[in-house]
Design a protein around this ligand. Structure first.
Ligand code: PLP
Length: 403
């Protein structure tokens, strides 16, 4: 795995059998549904839309028509998009427990003391690389409930501290991400805690679906500002919940064909390996999965995400650490009048793959396959800012992972 990029075309792309299976799932991501989610998020008192940046000078430099970056480092002051899922899932959970419809409620109403009096103490538990758990801890604190957050071995101390600062109990375990998920699931059933996980398994589908729906506010904000559909969307994948929610919405919102490209780190490339296998079943990858792209360090696709992404992803790319690092430096040092973007490791990775394939002749075949040229309008989501400041500075200031 010394290559900067490894890529594979998805042989399952738009196979009629797969699409038939996916159609009922898409109903969870229609414009109506996504607008309801956005309405709920906007009832949070300090809600602010995140910026959509157009990097025109960079687009000219690499030879495409448009580069758009939705910058989620500004989301709710939490430096990552993940809180969108946590807030919406907790909102849905509490609304349901009250016997009400979330569409008739505001975030501020859920904070009223009467709600807690009615429901009693609730403890929400989750596994996280940092961003999801911080979002769950934040939402639980805002609503007056407790949170317990567990992190895989090797997680950054700074990310742990950020969660503790949200008032949650948090610890770093000695297990990898997927084993930590199994551990928290066990703790939840033993203690009567509510597990709020961003991946699905048999019998645990409702909350992960709410989390996926929660993410769609960011893409609704994107389309509200666009006159034309993007031609290409590069999306990072951990378990794939984020990417599949975006794909499911965009597929329905625009009638046009959009080329979706998935991006993962080499050490946790379960989608890449699954597409490489070429069948309709996914494969998992294991081990410690140490990567600077901590948010993407998941070796097991979420089943519903797999179903959606298997149907609509054109190409899957697995990338080296230095690819994300280069992208952090490029986005942090803009050309001309372009905006500066502070992108964390997982946030920068998709742009990094695009940058490499546009500027390194060794990936000419990939560029050709994706038909990336001067007509292309390419969308990225900077899913996190400098959530690990020490690593950010080591990379951007001190040249760590430079070739
Ligand atoms: C910053 C960041 N980007 C992307 C992802 C990937 O999301 P998913 O696991 O839903 O694929 C994560 C997941 O934690 C993340 O933290």
């Amino acid at each position: 795995m010394n290559d900067k990029l490894m890529w594979v075309q998805n042989k399952q792309f738009q196979l009629p059998g797969n699409i038939k299976q996916v159609v009922p799932l898409l109903e969870n991501f229609t414009l109506d549904q996504v607008s309801c989610v956005e309405r709920f998020h906007r009832t949070y008192g300090q809600f602010e839309e995140t910026p959509l940046r157009r990097l025109d000078a960079l687009a000219r430099y690499v030879g495409v028509n448009q580069i758009l970056v939705k910058d989620e480092s500004f989301r709710f002051g939490l430096n990552a998009f993940k809180v969108l899922g946590g807030v919406y899932a907790l909102g849905q959970y509490v609304a349901k427990a009250l016997g009400k419809n979330i569409d008739d409620l505001s975030f501020e109403e859920l904070k009223l003391p009467g709600v807690k009096k009615h429901l009693g103490e609730l403890t929400f538990i989750s596994t996280t690389d940092g961003n999801h758990g911080r979002g769950v801890a934040w939402a639980a604190r805002e609503l007056g409930f407790k949170a317990r957050i567990y992190m895989p071995a090797g997680s950054a101390e700074e990310r742990l501290q950020n969660i503790i600062n949200e008032g949650a109990y948090a610890e770093i375990t000695s297990m990898n991400y997927d084993d930590t998920v199994r551990y928290t699931s066990k703790l939840a059933s033993e203690n009567g805690w509510v597990i709020v996980q961003d991946t699905m398994w048999e019998g645990y589908e409702e909350i992960p679906l709410w989390i996926m729906q929660g993410y769609t506010t960011l893409v609704k904000e994107v389309v509200d500002h666009l006159e034309e559909a993007p031609t290409h969307v590069f999306l990072q994948a951990g378990v794939g919940s984020f990417a599949s929610a975006i794909v499911a919405f965009l597929k329905q919102y625009y009638e046009k064909d959009i080329t979706f490209v998935l991006v993962e780190p080499h050490v946790a490339n379960c989608y890449y390996e699954s597409f490489n296998q070429g069948t309709s079943e996914f494969v998992t990858v294991g081990g410690a999965m140490q990567t600077i792209m901590a948010g993407l360090a998941c070796g097991e696709p979420s089943p519903i995400a797999w179903d959606i992404l298997k149907g609509y992803t054109r190409v899957s790319i697995s990338c080296a650490e230095e690819v994300a690092a280069t992208a952090m430096r490029v986005l942090g040092n803009p050309l001309g009048q372009d905006a500066k973007i502070i992108a964390g490791e997982s946030g920068a990775a998709p742009f990094g793959c695009f940058y490499e394939l546009m500027t390194d002749f060794r990936y000419a075949e990939l560029k050709e396959t994706l038909q990336l040229d001067k007509m292309s309008r390419v969308l990225f989501v900077n899913t996190e800012g400098d959530t690990d400041i020490k690593n950010y500075r080591d990379i951007v200031w001190h040249g760590k992972y430079a070739k």
